[in-house]
Write a protein that binds this ligand. Structure first.
Ligand code: FE2
Length: 258
């Protein structure tokens, strides 16, 4: 966390760190820190353990919840690998943070003791400006009936780079509607498991949106929900050859400049 706080972000840029699954920290040139889908515990390990499905985490916790210190905390939906009650319970810097997400996620924020004034509900097509970050909610198609309020986000950092995070979503042509906001980067799930976009479907979405770069996610965390991102790289070559493939390494900064 200290490394991220100290990292200087050039003008017209955004710095991105991946903490695994759909968890990212974004930093603007002004120093604002925003996160999405922080999964910083091993709470999912027990979810399907009785069925013999292994969802124990295999990416180390790079920042423990009590050390996370950010300005804007967002979640795309209310599955535990995205809105993790244990992570939220463990946060120590609640008073300096806006907590953004769809209503079922807001219920978790409240249940875990986040002050009401810090909670900001979000939904597809909503727009908000928090510090120097503009957030637009995007459409996402639920992957099962355990949560029917999925969404994604397009973040615009200090009026510069735009990053579209799909969140978990089943395939729908409505995902192409994000194209009109012209995101520079698409961060997309590719795992195919549990009804998420497969690498092939994700490449179809990227082909319509035409970002400069596409970053695969949600393939790394759980032994029984993992795929090789090279499959996505190959699909991009076939269907979206003008978009650069950007694989991230956990905990290492990637700086994107317009
Ligand atoms: Fe997920």
């Amino acid at each position: 966390m200290a490394e991220i706080r100290a990292f200087a972000v050039p003008k017209g840029s955004v710095a991105i760190w991946w903490l695994g699954q759909n968890g990212y920290i974004f930093k603007t040139p002004e120093g604002t820190l925003a996160t999405t889908d922080m999964y910083l515990t091993n709470s999912c390990a027990s979810v399907y353990a009785n069925l013999g499905v292994d969802l124990s985490r295999r990416v180390p916790v790079l920042i423990p919840p009590e050390e996370l210190d950010v300005d804007i905390f967002t979640c795309t939906h209310n599955h535990q690998d995205h809105t993790d009650p244990e992570t939220i319970r463990g946060l120590r810097h609640k008073d300096t943070t806006h907590f953004v997400g769809p209503h079922p996620t807001c219920d978790v924020y409240r249940a875990e003791g986040i002050e009401g004034g810090r909670i900001v509900p979000a939904w597809p097509a909503c727009e908000m400006e928090l510090r120097d970050i503009h957030i637009r909610g995007t459409f996402a198609l639920p992957t099962d009936d355990s949560d029917l309020n999925h969404m994604g986000f397009i973040f615009t950092f200090a009026g510069g780079p735009k990053v579209y995070v799909t969140g978990d979503t089943d395939f729908s042509e409505l995902l192409f509607s994000a194209a009109k906001f012209r995101p520079d980067i698409v961060i997309t799930c590719i795992n195919g498991g549990f009804n998420n976009l497969s690498h092939f479907e994700a490449s179809q979405v990227v082909a319509k949106i035409k970002p400069k770069a596409a970053i695969p996610c949600h393939y790394d965390m759980f032994p029984d929900n993992a795929v090789d991102p090279r499959q996505f790289q190959a699909s991009l070559k076939l269907f979206a050859p003008e978009t650069g493939y950007q694989e991230m390494k956990h905990g290492e900064p990637f700086v994107f400049t317009l």
